[in-house]
Design a binder for this molecule. Structure first.
Ligand code: SF4
Length: 391
């Protein structure tokens, strides 16, 4: 649960978001029904309560000692240099007496059972439930973040519960979820818990997936992939300048990571949130989709999703549906076979059509699969196998 008078992390610690602005953002959130985000104060969370902070501290993975008890975290491309007593940029890793600790091991601030289509995954176990969890923090600072209340907060600013890996599996099973989804904030910042619980889940027949910005270093990503069944990565733009100016990050590691996921054999889908004037130029979309076609393959599902004004980007209007359709046309012209329009409930390109004969194989409404015509993963009309994980 977010505390009242949420501090605005980008405008100084004493500035507070007005009630009027907070309510307006809540209205936008309600409009964006298909988007993979959660507003903790809107009642989507099953259970929340405070736990002592020490319950969530464990020694972190992926860091190195420097001189004077300083450390360098090597989990994500920020590679923060952290002095004794300080934290990294994601706010979740602290240098305690020369040892890097995570503050978010099993610290869960959001729990919800979602359709897998909400993540969105359109080619991964359609119609299944995903037991979805999140913690706080992120290595990026996107000005349009849809989950900024948790991604840009310190762990201690948001009430949390501790969920052991055993409890996680039990609760997922009780909710008839086949999938555990690490989502809403960047799962990489909860690496230690994510990898342990994902391994535990797989051993018990559940599938683990992450919904990620792809902002993680190669070594931890490779280790994590061994325990995952699917990965959704947000490619936020195909311009370094966008990543630098809008997200305070870089594009290059994201491109490397989607290639790593593809090479690993773990199922991959890509989402591009199209923001008017910032990342919607035909030239950029053409370069991006050509790169995806060449480096990831023509069958990689790509979702162009609609932006709604949010967080620090409230002066930009929602994406026109025609813009999303134009992006899709460009992607198809570049050779991609499964290109979706997202966050536009009722749009015909929420559906999956066979790449060989064009027959409708999965019909969706918003975040729900309402009709699945696949027969053993193949088109019922022409018998072409549709790429994906269907059972
Ligand atoms: S995970 Fe956090 S502390 Fe580590 S490099 Fe990334 S932002 Fe910095």
């Amino acid at each position: 649960m977010v505390k009242k008078n949420v501090k605005h992390p980008m405008k100084g610690r004493n500035e507070r978001i007005s009630r009027k602005r907070f309510l307006r953002m809540g209205m936008y959130a309600a409009c964006a029904v298909a988007a993979e985000f959660i507003i903790p104060s809107c009642g989507n969370i099953d259970r929340l309560f405070s736990s002592p902070d020490d319950a969530f501290r464990v020694r972190a993975r992926y860091w190195e000692h420097l001189s004077d008890r300083a450390v360098r975290c090597t989990l994500c491309p920020n590679e923060c240099l952290i002095a004794e007593g300080s934290r990294g940029r994601c706010r979740t890793r602290v240098n305690r007496a020369g040892v890097l600790e995570t503050l978010v091991y099993s610290r869960i601030v959001a729990v919800h059972v979602d359709p897998i289509e909400k993540k969105p995954f359109n080619h991964f176990l359609p119609g299944s439930r995903a037991f979805s969890i999140a913690t706080t923090g992120c290595g990026l600072s996107c000005r349009f973040c849809q989950n900024w209340q948790i991604s840009q907060s310190r762990p201690e600013d948001i009430s949390a519960e501790s969920i052991s890996k055993e409890a996680l599996i039990r609760r997922a099973t009780e909710s008839s979820s086949r999938v555990i989804a690490y989502t809403y904030n960047e799962p990489a910042v909860q690496f230690e818990y994510c990898i342990e619980s994902a391994r535990f889940a797989r051993e018990r027949g559940l599938r683990a997936v992450i919904i990620s910005s792809g902002y993680i270093n190669a070594a931890p990503l490779k280790e994590l992939l061994r325990h995952l069944s699917a990965v959704k990565i947000d490619v936020k733009s195909f311009r370094e300048q966008f990543y630098r100016d809008i997200c305070s990050g870089t594009l290059a590691p994201v491109k490397r990571n989607v290639e790593l996921v593809r090479a690993s054999g773990v199922w991959l889908e890509i989402v591009v949130l199209i923001i008017p004037t910032l990342n919607d130029s035909p030239q950029e979309i053409r370069e991006m989709t050509r790169w995806i076609r060449t480096n990831l393959g023509e069958h990689t599902p790509v979702h162009f999703t609609r932006f709604y004004p949010m967080y620090l980007l409230t002066n930009v209007p929602p994406t026109p549906v025609s813009t999303l359709e134009r992006c899709r046309e460009i992607a198809v012209a570049e050779g991609l076979r499964y290109v979706y329009v997202g966050n536009v409930p009722g749009h015909r390109f929420e559906n999956t059509y066979c790449h060989a004969c064009g027959s409708l194989v999965i019909r969706r409404t918003s975040i729900f699969s309402v009709e699945n015509r696949l027969i053993n993963g193949a088109c019922p009309s022409c018998r072409t196998v549709i790429p994906g994980v269907w059972s």
